[in-house]
Design a protein around this ligand. Structure first.
Ligand code: ZN
Length: 302
């Protein structure tokens, strides 16, 4: 598979001369499989050439494949992570009471990059009058529970598909790393929110302890990630898009032990053996709470 590559300026602050080269590309196009663009897959330790922006602190891929070729790759990406999506959704839902208490209205909620719509259940239970998800890949939408499948629009997120000022809450989890223009996503969400509404994001923290210790063996360095944020760089994007009362928080994930093992950097054969033993013993399905190096960022439209 040979993808056409293009170059770009910093996708958060727009500067094109404030970078240092963070990592040269580690990239083998012959290993691109259908799982390369799936969520929560086994890490492959491939990444683009990564630049670190000195002005806003984001790490960004440059050059990177064209938007058209990435959208085509996502459309066909496989999905095998329904269980993990449920666990992740439960962790993110912990933040909802705090956010809901600050919302002026509870009309409509939108989940961008909703996957199989696991989080839509939480939004429905929170009392929103209308709940909608968007997801570019077909496979997770096909795997969605019947209770939420009808609420998911299978398409990349586009501002023009929705009415400006019509949402009270927009959520977007583990997706900002994948989108072509992350600042534009924040700006689009701002336009779609009514005054008093909120944007709630969850991202990998490139400055988390796990990322610093593991270096490029960390699963966050991956060809599906076009940029990687720190709390500083995501707050910068939210400020630039017009949000107020911006706050960031650590996320504690509760996952089965087998999933933590899948993420851990082990040689493939050792990982296969460990996963097999965990499955056989039943231990793999025991869940364990850990900080996986994710953070939540919340901003309000005042
Ligand atoms: Zn920048």
């Amino acid at each position: 598979m040979n993808l056409p590559m293009v170059s770009r300026a910093c996708p958060v602050c727009g500067s094109d001369n404030q970078y240092r080269v963070f990592k040269e590309a580690a990239f083998d196009a012959s290993r691109w499989g259908r799982f390369a663009f799936a969520s929560r897959k086994t890490p492959e330790y491939m990444h683009y050439r990564l630049l670190e922006c000195r002005r806003c602190d984001v790490l960004y891929a440059n050059p990177l494949p064209t938007r058209e070729s990435l959208e085509a790759a996502y459309r066909e990406a496989d999905f095998d992570s329904g269980e993990e999506a449920r666990y992740a959704g439960n962790a993110y839902a912990e933040f909802l009471p705090q956010i809901l208490s600050k919302l002026t209205r509870r009309e409509a909620a939108l989940d961008i990059g909703t996957g199989d719509g696991a989080f839509l259940e939480h939004l429905l239970r929170s009392g929103f009058q209308r709940v909608v998800g968007v997801e570019p890949s077909k496979a997770p939408v096909d795997a969605a529970a019947p209770s939420v499948r009808g609420l998911i629009r299978q398409s990349p997120f586009r501002r023009s598909d929705f009415e400006p000022g019509s949402f009270s809450l927009i959520t977007c989890f583990q997706t900002m790393e994948h989108v072509y223009e992350p600042l534009e996503l924040c700006q689009s969400a701002f336009e779609l929110l009514h005054p008093g509404g909120a944007l709630f994001l969850v991202c990998h923290d490139r400055r988390a302890l796990s990322a610093r210790v593991l270096g490029t063996r960390s699963p966050i360095y991956d060809i599906e990630h076009l940029q990687l944020f720190s709390r500083e760089s995501l707050s910068y994007a939210l400020r630039r898009a017009g949000y107020n009362d911006i706050a960031t928080h650590s996320v504690v994930n509760r996952y089965p032990i087998s999933y933590w093992t899948k993420l851990f950097p082990l040689p493939p054969r050792a990982k296969g053996a460990a996963l097999g033993a965990l499955k056989k013993s039943g231990l793999g399905s025991v869940s364990l709470s850990l900080s996986a190096g994710n953070f939540a960022a919340i901003g309000y439209k005042r």
